[in-house]
Write a protein that binds this ligand. Sequence first.
Ligand SMILES: C[S@@+](CC[C@H](N)C(=O)[O-])C[C@H]1O[C@@H](n2cnc3c(N)ncnc32)[C@H](O)[C@@H]1O
Length: 317
Amino acid sequence: MSKVKISSKFERSADCVLYHGDCLTMLSGMPDNLVKLIVTSPPYNIGKSYEKTLGLGEYLEEQRKVIRECVRVLHDKGSICWQVGNYVNKGEFIPLDIVLYPIFDSLGMRLRNRIIWHFGHGLHASKRFSGRYEVILWFTKGNEYTFNIDAVRVPQKYPNKKYFKGPRKGQFSCNPLGKNPGDVWEVPNVKANHVEKTLHPCQFPVELIERLVLSMTDERDWVLDPFMGSGSSVIAALIHNRKSIGAEVMPDYVKMARQRILSAEKGDLRIRPLERPVHDPNAHGTNIPPRLINLKDGGAQPELFETLAKYSTRGRG
Ligand SMILES: C[S@@+](CC[C@H](N)C(=O)[O-])C[C@H]1O[C@@H](n2cnc3c(N)ncnc32)[C@H](O)[C@@H]1O
């Protein structure tokens, strides 16, 4: 991609829209049926610095307004991925995916997966088990939707396994392009020593969003994050030559998102590579270094495909 054309309000000719303000205002100025993927982590209503704490009913009503607008701007073959944790009220847990599901259902959205995002670090609880996962609700607008599974396959556990009898005896028994990653994803969350850490308190790891972008959109499709924060979804989209839109109420976070894009243009934005295994203190494997993003290199992620090509059994034996 040559220089990224960044606009501060929605414009079809932009590569990237960084809107400073309320997402509902931005959404109201966008056309119907445009965006291929809407991926976001909304405020959880747990008293973070950027949110006012509302009663649960009021919170859900606010969410309904945003979700209704998201459904309107969503392309007919598009997807919404709403990533949430729990609302905690005086120590009692309310899983947000459970209370948000009826809103999507009432708007005609169809649930495709309830993806468990599992991570190893977080607060240590003393009166219950420590929380180590959050949820991504993946909905589509219709039954026909973009889904490029080959772009996100992961290595098979036993890639060299062959049929030992029958008409396919001697042939590889598993897909040489890798396996479907399933619906439980182990991705480290962005804590203090993560290579992508900014001042934002709850950033998406870019690799989490890359998997959604690669599988649910095609090049030059639009990707939208109505609660953009530090711009991780926007970065994941631009890396793969998609157009992106983010809205954010806090001016410092909008600046941070812009800074991250400029850094990716210069070639010095570091992100955790998709193919790096989760740290295992007992293993002495190779440590895959952070990936330096350079948007001028032309976007699409080479590493995953390179890894798959190395791994691929096609052409062997
Ligand atoms: C959970 S954080 C998202 C973090 C983001 N995923 C990232 O990678 O940095 C939610 C963000 O939504 C922003 N926000 C809250 N209400 C908003 C609104 N009405 N419109 C736009 N942004 C909003 C907050 O300031 C916060 O940065």
